[in-house]
Design a protein around this ligand. Sequence first.
Ligand code: TXA
Ligand code: MG
Length: 346
Amino acid sequence: METKILSADDTDSTNAAVDEAVAILNEGGVVALPTETVYGLAADAMNADAVAQVFAIKERPSFDPLIVHVQGPEYLDEVAKDIPESVYELTDAFWPGALTFILPRTESVPDIVTAGLDTVAVRMSGNPVMKAVVEKLGRPVAAPSANRFGRISPTSAAAVEEELGGKIPLIINGGACHWGVESTIVRVEDPVPTHDKPKIRITVLRAGPVTVEDLKKLGRVRVENEPAASGETPEAPGRVESHYAPATPLRLLSSPKDFVPEEGKRYALMSFRGLDKDGYVPLHKWEHVEILSPGSGKLPEAAVRLFHVMRKLDALGVDEIIAEPVRDHLLGRAILERLKRAAIKG
Ligand code: TXA
Ligand code: MG
């Protein structure tokens, strides 16, 4: 199949691209679309056959459920029921945006979308293309990241083409993604009214652009689903361990002291801030060095470049990619979670 790439860089080209995407979705086809996090592979969420194609094209196991994109908070009840009131406080604060809720599902959502679970993952994207497509289609859109299963999420149209070129009819090029890492996934519970200081209870299942620190302004936050150590196998839906993985083995260090090179092996370094004399760059005569946030060590810049840099290092054909850790706060949490999962061999 030939994969067409359409640009969406001004109003006219965006409108034309959106029309074409909606036409494909209406016919039960799939199309790759930009979002503010990563590119998604979209299908009409209410069409089980269309969603089946997403699983087939991604080679995604049927036990791993998809995220559904809706037009706004007022459309949540099309796919979810028994929605805690507190969810709307979070949508007020963070939608459209990179926040996904796990909610009890309605019967109208096909089983294949939720992998048979009684919950559904829902978000609203603020990306102009994704937003317009969902509005124009007038139905929820299922869209996981547009990569082959377990691989690095695409943050550009070129990366989608690398992953799925020849397998899908259309990619809409909306430029580089704003965040570069996938949405934060949460479960929300209403405050217990009898409690002294009633607070929304928020459980973070996947760290992302809406940070724990952001969420703490609205409620009590707990972080779950820390990646298990390599070798453990708690493989429930939504908890696939190895992920975001380059084909090249990747090792996440916790200290420069942990790096002991093996004779004859070729190593590439993924550094966070780069030229720190006590850091990782001077440790070794690296085959190649990529710095996520040159000079400034800024987390948003590092997050935006993370998957792009991982792809680039993976293409070098070195024996191992060595990753420098980042601080486990703000967006660093999301970066670290991806690095940990990339380092697990699946
Ligand atoms: O930013 C994003 O969320 C991107 C863009 C394209 O929207 N999408 C994305 O989808 O990252 P995906 O499929 O690559 O990751 C969705 C994650 C998976 O780990 C899946 O297992 C989990 O969400 N998930 C989906 N439904 C779930 C549910 N009902 N309960 C628990 N986890 C769920
Ligand atoms: Mg994914």
